[in-house]
Ligand binder design. Structure first.
Ligand code: BGC
Length: 865
């Protein structure tokens, strides 16, 4: 009995299949048992094709390729079940309209208003019924659409942020059921967004991509006789009720200016001005469909507490740090302005807004004074857990204010649970920090005047991101931008899209290495080599550049480096001042990425490059060993991060050296009293390194630590997301004095992978989870742990529980995979096939798990003190 449980195209799991870019999209599905499976495609013109397959993954499109706009119904069936989806190609390059702009070069010293654009069109000349209507849309700026008075689609901040000079994504909207046969009106709200709004830190920049916001919208209607009608749109524009808006600053909305019917045929728009045409040919960017689902309103959260402050403001605590906005409902007299303030934390009884820097994050709503009014800001977004309402009319009643969580719509793919509430909360915090920072692109933080795609952050977090949510779509698009920026700059910048706001623009290890590591991790997660083929030139260009920078010696020993960024011993104002040698980190990464590149070349069948990059990697490994490892296995700059990279990246010449270094790592962990002493580079791998050094128990001691610095210290302080600094909030409740202090950065949350792979013991043993490794490692006093991963081959899961000296392990192997269970203690391996299995084994009771040895810990002095 085989049923089909999920069906998707390319990497769009859970995704939209209308307006796709591929003419021959690969088909994937999960099934509860083996095939064969029948694929059936019925085109809109009635033509039918079928094919029988046994594979479930990335099945090449077995039908004739789709031409632009062509669509049909795809069905997958097995003995017991059927799943189907509509598949429809996008516009390809068949654009025949121009951009229309309501504004030319408005001044930029403060947030500018949003505009309304409007086009009315009559369909009464179409004598046959409409079988399909599509609006293909994008913008310079951010837009929201209406048709005949009703919102179209649910995308937020569309078309999102890409390297606009190179790539602009369009959305495909289905208007079939929304059009009327007579006069229709399409309307667009349009604001600055990333295109020309205020973006970046250290003052930031305005008008980065251009001085005019503009809309590009092509409307096409197909009638039941199969004829395609391009409907010309003539646009006019007017001011909108959004009088000022910036992604960082917030939105000001004057409801008195809202004319309810503006996007309906009943509205008289004679006083609207004609929009200016900006020819499409003036802009060189490729206009392409998105590779991921859009940013959306994902959920709404009610406040957990509401308090009136002495200054009259109403403070709300939502109990969760999120990215999003408030939705308010109020009754007020015309002209009353309510201001909405946002912050992540409370400091000294006040909203802690200092860390927001220039991102003031204040929305303002001016009431029109007519009954109940509801408002949700459209074109701004904030990172917050707390909000204050200033000048609110009267008291709040339930439902008056909610927090709207906004981020890229991603399918959750992983779950973790254990008997340790602190670790469970830590895991939840990592999930939230990922959600809050996947707002169209992978960002560092969602709240301050930054929110940019720092390459180092996603480089260390990619394996975790790909485990927790179906992030391939987002990362595929982002990597395209990375490659474009890299081509322009000659190196991979520290963040993508790159904007020149004063940050040192140099090749930097661990950050630039994202070009190689992110695609590789994507390949490991789903077994698809296409991303490697697509990114190959970028991957190679990065490794070649670093090789050049080392003077072909393999030793990266000069130039700007961020190193083990935010090592807790670095002073707050100098987060790059780590105990770990920056060039050790740089050279270690060079070895790692050269090796990955060689493996990639081999997978892609490029023998010459395989040889070449094996040689580059070997030379770099030799250089690393000569420079940083003594013959007996001591590692220069005797820090946990140095040893961790050497162990995890496999940089020792022989096992003796690795064993000696491992011993030293355990000593350092003890001497540090099992507190964290690693930054962005060391933290994601320190637990793996301790396991490689031979002590799962030491990893548990580190994981379970609650004193500063540790993963659980923020949890003990009530954190609901991962903080940028271990002590973003100091024990006395003050915010860390560093100018760069976020309460929502995912990088240090990369440890969630360890919770899944090692604590619960669920790991892939071959790309795409073709083989699953179940290797539970009970310890730390935990009595049970479980993890589940909805892989591209189906669900893999594990649960282990200790009852006295009996360990019970339940595993689930996806239908299209095999599994191996590795027993703790003995290391015995049991091979298992698809389905569920239970194994019982003797293992020490949780009460016998070793306690952390006490060695007289002393907080290390800051570097240079
Ligand atoms: C960002 C980081 C980033 C770092 C590198 C910070 O401002 O928030 O996460 O990787 O700078 O310099």
């Amino acid at each position: 009995m085989t049923t089909i449980t999920e069906l998707w195209l390319e990497n769009r799991r859970g995704g939209k299949t209308i307006g796709i870019g591929e003419a021959a999209p690969r088909i994937s599905f999960t099934a509860t048992g083996p095939g064969p499976f029948d694929l059936h495609f019925t085109r809109d013109d009635g033509r039918q094709e079928t094919s029988t397959v046994t594979d479930t993954q990335l099945v090449p499109w077995p039908f004739a390729p789709l031409s632009p706009r062509e669509g049909g119904q795809l069905t997958v069936s097995s003995s017991q079940g059927v799943l189907d989806t509509r598949v429809e190609a996008g516009l390809g390059d068949d654009w025949n309209v121009d951009f229309v702009s309501p504004s030319t070069s408005a001044p930029h010293y403060r947030p500018r208003p949003a505009y309304l654009l409007r086009a009315s069109f009559d369909l009464s000349h179409l004598t046959r019924g409409i079988s399909r209507a599509r609006l293909y849309v994008t913008a310079h700026g951010v837009y929201e659409l209406e048709l005949n008075g009703t919102r179209i689609g649910d995308d937020v901040l569309a078309p999102g942020w890409t390297s606009y000079r190179h790539r602009l994504r369009y959305q495909t909207h289905d208007l079939t059921d929304a059009l009327t046969s007579g006069e229709n009106v399409v309307g667009a709200w349009l604001a600055d967004g990333w295109y020309r709004g205020h973006i970046g830190f250290d003052g930031g920049l305005w008008d980065i991509y251009g001085t005019d916001v503009a809309l590009l919208a092509q409307l096409e209607v197909t009638t039941i006789d199969g004829l395609l009608h391009r409907i010309p749109l003539t646009w006019s524009w007017a001011a909108s009720p959004i009088t000022a808006v910036g992604l960082y600053e917030g939105e000001s909305f004057d409801a008195r200016l809202l004319r309810d019917t503006w996007s309906t045929a009943a509205f008289d728009a004679t006083d609207w001005a004609p929009a200016t045409t900006l020819t499409r040919a003036e802009f060189s960017a490729r206009i392409e469909p998105p590779t991921a689902l859009p940013v959306r309103q994902i959920e709404k959260i009610a406040p957990v507490s509401v308090d009136r402050q002495p200054n009259g403001r109403i403070r709300l605590n939502f109990g969760q740090n999120i990215s999003g906005v408030l939705r308010i409902r109020l009754r007020a007299e015309a002209g009353r302005t309510v201001r909405l303030h946002h912050a992540e934390v409370i400091e000294n009884g006040e909203l802690g807004t200092r860390p927001l820097r220039a991102a003031t994050s204040i929305d303002a709503y001016t009431a029109r004074g007519s009954g109940v009014e509801v408002y949700t800001p459209r074109f701004t977004i904030h990172g917050f857990q707390y909000a204050e309402l200033e000048n609110w009319p009267g008291d709040l009643t339930d439902g008056d204010v909610e927090a709207v969580v906004i981020h890229t719509d991603m399918r959750q793919t992983a779950w973790f649970d254990s008997s340790h509430p602190g670790l469970n909360k830590l895991h939840s915090n990592v999930q939230w920090s990922m959600r809050d920072n996947f707002v169209d692109l992978p960002t560092d933080c969602p709240q301050r005047d930054e929110r940019v795609g720092w390459t180092g952050d996603i480089q260390v977090f990619a394996p975790t991101a790909l485990r927790l949510f179906a992030a391939q779509g987002t990362l595929t698009g982002w990597l395209r931008d990375l490659a474009f920026e890299q081509e322009d700059l000659g190196h991979v910048p520290q963040f993508v899209p790159w904007i020149e706001c004063g940050f040192p623009n140099f090749p930097t290890a661990a950050w630039g290495d994202a070009a190689v590591i992110v695609p590789w991790e994507m390949y490991l997660a789903d077994g698809d080599t296409r991303i490697l083929a697509e990114q190959y030139a970028s991957m190679r260009a990065w490794v070649d550049l670093v090789d050049d920078l080392t003077g072909n010696s393999g030793l990266w020993s000069g130039g700007f480096q961020l190193g083990d960024w935010l090592d807790p011993t670095a002073p707050p104002e100098d987060p790059g001042k780590s105990h770990t040698d920056k060039y050790l980190v740089a050279t270690a990464y060079h070895v790692r990425t050269a090796r990955i590149l060689a493996d990639t070349a081999a997978l892609l069948g490029n023998e010459e490059d395989t040889k070449r990059y094996r040689a580059v990697a070997a030379r770099a490994a030799r250089a690393f060993q000569d420079e940083f490892i003594s013959a007996s296995g001591r590692v220069v700059s005797d820090t946990p991060t140095s040893i961790a990279v050497a162990l995890v990246f496999d940089l020792f010449e022989n096992e003796g050296q690795a064993a000696r270094a491992g011993k030293r790592l355990l000593e350092l962990a003890e001497q540090g009293g099992f507190h964290i002493s690693t930054g962005f580079v060391g933290t994601p791998i320190i637990c793996d390194a301790l396991v490689l050094a031979g002590s799962v128990d030491y990893a548990y001691h580190l994981l379970r630590q609650e004193e500063l610095p540790s993963w659980l210290y923020p949890v003990s302080m009530g954190a609901t997301t991962i903080w940028e600094r271990w002590d973003s909030m100091l024990p006395d409740g003050n915010i860390n004095p560093g100018d760069m202090t976020s309460f929502n950065h995912y990088a240090l949350g990369a440890v969630a992978s360890f919770l899944h792979a090692t604590v619960a013991g669920l790991e892939s043993d071959a790309p795409g989870w073709e083989r699953v490794r179940f290797q539970p490692r009970p310890g730390g006093g935990l009595t049970h742990a479980s993890a589940r991963y909805d892989s591209v081959r189906g669900t893999a899961s594990i649960r282990w529980a200790r009852d006295g000296g009996t360990l019970t392990i339940d595993v689930e192997v996806p239908a299209a995979s095999t599994g191996v269970v590795v027993l703790p203690g003995t290391g015995r391996e049991i091979h298992v096939g698809p389905g569920r299995h239970t194994i019982t084994e003797s293992f020490r009771p949780a009460s016998d798990d070793p306690a952390a040895p006490v060695v007289g810990w002393r907080k290390p002095e800051p570097v240079g003190a």
